[in-house]
Design a binder for this molecule. Structure first.
Ligand SMILES: [Zn+2]
Length: 420
């Protein structure tokens, strides 16, 4: 935390999110949120205000403790301008990314700078009370390590692996985790973190947001983020904004039918993309290859693991030159690519970013996905299309969760639903 060089903050207010500001103050906060550290002159350029008006608004925000002066910018001749940023002493933001088998938790300051983070394996088949209680425990631990207290948490973004009714912040008919249906995740965290604004979204939407705010998706207006793990889902960024659809279920591509005679999916239908190509399907095909003798490598792995083959073992076997494993990975890539081709024709993104545990499978998977997309999409839709792995790895989800919570940190006083 870089508080030591803060010499200008008048006070550190005790606040509860959302922090209400007037329209003029909102313009300054919005500029600082987008640009990070900027000078008074830049604020007056962005807002179109006179230097006097900009100075007056800035003074008011510094007096309230929402802004602070930090260091000096580059001189344009004459004195170096003092830079302003959102007061990083205002409080903290937590990002929680719950996947089917793991949880990542991060603590950031109100500028979005991650200060601490931790990860742990989990199982969302357990009850929401059990999984969220552990999340809360881990969050409290890193808050304590930071020397902070729960009342200083002003925002919590939570990502969960299922369809989320965004307005209510609840999961609706989540195939992987039926016990979580309608569980009040926001209320659960509000009981402990009473000053925080809690916002819940689908995990892949948050990964897409993370990619947009801190990854290669920065400045890209139309892209799809695909998560391939225990399930398969997509986060859609359209015109620079997350597209959640009418009820929040947009991007749930894992349940698009690939083969109506295929295996039963967790959603109750047959042959969904997820049931055919995600982690469990890869593991189950590998088990079959180990059983029927088409792969000696997978058979040895199964024996050494007490009769089980995990998806990551298929990747290891593939790297060792096992043909059956390579075929399994290529098959998955082909099926995912076929579905993506339809999305490309429908939505015309300029970029597709791939993340999630299975994304670690490397080039064989990526090549198969690319080939299928290029074969089946319209030439105009693929002229400028880039398909690549997300470089953010496991960070995309927590960065997205923190970014979403930050979107709700300040609100207009006359209209608290109008976020900055
Ligand atoms: Zn399904």
């Amino acid at each position: 935390m870089s508080a030591s060089h803060d010499t200008s903050t008048k006070k550190i207010p005790s606040v509860t999110a959302p922090i209400l500001v007037n329209l003029a103050e909102a313009e300054v906060m919005r500029a600082l949120r987008r640009q990070g550290r900027i000078s008074r002159t830049e604020i007056s350029n962005i807002t179109g205000w006179s230097t006097a008006k900009a100075s007056q608004e800035i003074r008011s925000l510094v007096n309230k403790g929402y802004l602070m002066e930090v260091g000096e910018g580059v001189s344009q001749g004459g004195r170096k301008p003092r830079l302003l940023q959102i007061n990083n002493q205002l409080g903290y933001i937590a990002g929680i990314d719950i996947g089917a088998t793991s949880m990542d938790i991060a603590l950031a300051d109100v500028t979005g700078l991650i200060l601490r983070r931790c990860s742990e394996s989990t199982d969302v088949h357990l009850s929401p009370e059990t999984v969220l209680a552990r999340c809360k425990e881990l969050l409290l631990e890193i808050i304590h390590e930071q020397g902070a207290v729960p009342a200083q948490i002003l925002g919590i973004g939570v990502g969960v692996p299922g369809p989320v009714d965004f307005a209510r912040g609840v999961l609706v008919a989540p195939p992987l985790m039926p016990e979580w249906e309608n569980f009040l995740i926001r209320d659960f965290f509000k009981k402990t973190f009473t000053s925080a604004f809690v916002v819940v979204d689908n995990d892949v939407n948050l990964m897409a947001l993370g990619e947009q705010r801190a990854g290669d998706g920065t400045g890209v207006d139309h892209f799809i983020f695909i998560k391939i793990g225990t399930g398969i889902g997509a986060g859609i960024v359209s015109n620079g904004k997350i597209h959640r659809g009418s009820d929040g279920s947009a991007g749930d591509i894992g349940h698009i039918c690939v083969d109506k005679d295929g295996p039963l999916c967790t959603c109750g239908n047959k042959g969904c993309l997820e049931a055919m190509a995600a982690g469990p399907a890869i593991a189950s095909k590998a088990m079959e290859a180990a059983r029927n003798g088409s792969s000696l490598t997978l058979r040895q792995i199964r024996e050494s693991r007490g009769g089980v083959v995990r998806p990551e073992d298929v990747n290891t076997a593939c790297r060792e030159g096992d043909q059956a494993s390579l075929d399994i990975i290529r098959d998955s890539g082909q099926m995912i690519g076929d579905v993506l081709a339809s999305l490309v024709n429908f939505f015309n993104p300029s970029h597709i970013f791939i993340g999630g545990g299975i994304a670690n499978f490397g080039n064989h998977l990526l090549v198969a996905i690319r080939r299928a997309v290029l074969q089946r999409s319209l030439p105009l839709a693929t002229t400028h299309l880039s398909i690549k792995f997300s470089k953010m790895a496991s960070n995309a989800g927590v960065v997205g969760a923190i970014s979403l919570a930050l979107d709700y940190l300040f609100a207009i006083e006359d209209n608290p639903h109008f976020i900055i």
